[in-house]
Design a binder for this molecule. Structure first.
Ligand SMILES: N[C@@H](CCC(=O)N[C@@H](CS)C(=O)NCC(=O)O)C(=O)O
Length: 311
């Protein structure tokens, strides 16, 4: 198998989810640090549009979204499993709740004035303004959760997570599952990036102990790779043959069609290409890039919109 290349930046919570999974599965990986805001020319040479963090690259195969990246890593290293039976379904559901509900509430809480002061300490004012404008553009017209609602929602989510730990060391039992990795990363941001706000965890000591256990998993063995080198890796590789993958057509869009795939919220840059696979859980398009050559860009179905390009 070609090397695992993670495109990420150190302060990204969703990247922390994947770094810990790589550590949990004892996988070696290459670390490509990408910009926190647009433009991201080396990343988009690979993805063709998608700009969120993180992205996993294996040769000329590019995997977007942590739900899909976790599935890919599970296939490469099935043990220890992120989805152990009999809590496989439940752990995915809790993970999806954590990514879609806990993360935005936590971020609304973390980005109150005291948190902003810590996150941007020492950062020049123009860079702060550029960050704010970038994230506003990513949200599009979607409203941002207010601090009051963020705080009360986050507090109740923390209580629920803590309740899950009263009789077991991890959310779903005796071992971490995808639920733990998904629930951990927003809390990690609170503790690591906005420590003046970490008092919100004081009423839930079980959760604090669990965070110590999660943190001790670490990030596994990794080394730095230059972004341009990752583009060269793609150029020199061929994407995986997907022609034998079972075709599941939910859209009336034939394989071989010109399509776009776009996230259904936050970061609405479409990725154009030719639809080459659509399974029950994922969509794959092929694209040609001047720098990266022929690549396959893979998305989970969940959270992404497939559209046929009108001719
Ligand atoms: N559903 C996505 C969410 C990823 C996400 O929102 N990542 C944040 C960083 S933690 C992001 O992309 N921020 C903007 C950026 O990095 O450009 C996933 O699971 O990968």
């Amino acid at each position: 198998m070609s090397q695992l290349i993670l495109h990420h930046y150190p302060t990204s919570p969703f990247a922390e989810k994947i770094r810990l999974i790589l550590g949990y599965k004892k996988l070696a990986w290459q670390s490509v640090v990408i910009p926190t805001i647009m433009p991201k020319p080396d990343l988009t040479a690979l993805t063709g549009g998608y700009r969120r963090t993180p992205v996993l690259q294996i040769g000329a195969d590019i995997y977007c979204d942590t739900a899909l990246i976790a599935d890919v890593l599970e296939k490469i290293a099935p043990s220890p499993s992120l989805y152990p039976s009999p809590v496989n379904g439940a752990s995915r559901i809790v993970a999806q709740w954590a990514d879609s509900q806990v993360f935005p509430a936590a971020m609304a809480y973390n980005f109150q004035p005291a948190g902003i002061a810590q996150v941007f300490a020492g950062v020049p004012e123009e860079a702060v303004q550029a960050f704010v404008a970038d994230r506003a553009a990513m949200r599009g017209s979607a409203p941002r959760m207010a601090i009051g609602e963020g705080t009360s929602t986050y507090k109740s989510q923390l209580r629920r997570l803590s309740d899950m730990l009263t009789e077991q060391p991890y959310l779903m039992g005796t071992m971490p599952t995808i639920a733990d990795f998904a629930a951990y990363h927003p809390l990690w941001f609170t503790v690591e990036r906005t420590p003046s706000l970490a008092g919100i965890l004081e009423p839930t000591p079980l959760l604090k102990d669990w965070m110590v256990r999660m943190n001790s998993i670490g990030h596994g063995i990794h080394e730095k790779m230059k972004p341009s080198q990752a583009v060269d890796v793609a150029k020199q590789a061929s994407p995986e043959d997907v022609s034998h993958w079972n075709f599941v057509d939910e859209h009336g869009i034939a394989l071989g069609s010109e399509v776009t795939i776009t996230a259904d919220n936050f970061g609405l840059e479409p990725t154009p290409g030719i639809l080459v696979a659509a399974t029950k859980t994922r969509l794959t398009l092929r694209r040609e890039d001047e720098r990266a050559g022929t690549v396959h860009v893979h998305f989970p179905r969940n959270g992404f919109i497939l559209n046929k390009v009108k001719s």
